[in-house]
Design a binder for this molecule. Structure first.
Ligand code: SF4
Length: 147
């Protein structure tokens, strides 16, 4: 079976997060991890962005690359924090340009409670967000399972 090595970078606002939702969704191949259905996945790195404006984004991918990372995931917390991280798209483009590593925006499905608040706040109104949110938007039933 094909094995994919992934790294996860989370928003530093959630630095004490134990990764429960990310690891559950990886196990279930849900949200952004649905692309790995039928594939073996190994997590070779897990860290935070280092705090605004994301200083660790410059260095963490190098360490993950030494461990053979194939794909880096920018965690869903970057999309659902209050406010959503304004640098997500830049982080993706930087890592892909500088390190030549594929970046997927998102990890676990967006929890429904965050979805509801952001829809009410119109946080994701601009067209760029639509692309960034696609891997983790899933459906209401799945989102409720991640509340
Ligand atoms: S909002 Fe963005 S830059 Fe700030 S801590 Fe979170 S991921 Fe890092």
């Amino acid at each position: 079976m094909e094995k994919v090595k992934i790294g996860i970078i989370i928003c530093d606002r959630y630095r004490s997060c134990a990764g429960g939702k990310c690891f559950r969704s990886l196990e279930n191949r849900e949200g952004a991890f649905s692309i790995y259905k039928g594939k073996e996945v190994e997590v070779v790195g897990y860290t935070t962005c280092g705090g605004c404006p994301g200083g660790n984004i410059e260095y963490a991918p190098a360490e993950m690359k030494k461990n053979g990372v194939n794909v880096i995931h920018l965690a869903t917390g970057m999309l659902v924090g209050y406010p959503p991280c304004p640098y997500v798209d830049y982080f993706k483009r930087f890592i892909e340009e500088k390190y030549g590593i594929k970046v997927v925006v998102g990890t676990h499905p967006i929890p429904q409670k965050y979805y509801t608040t952001h829809v009410n706040l119109k946080s994701w109104e601009s067209p760029e967000w639509e692309t960034l949110l696609t891997p983790t938007m899933t459906d209401e039933k799945t989102r409720l399972n991640y509340d």
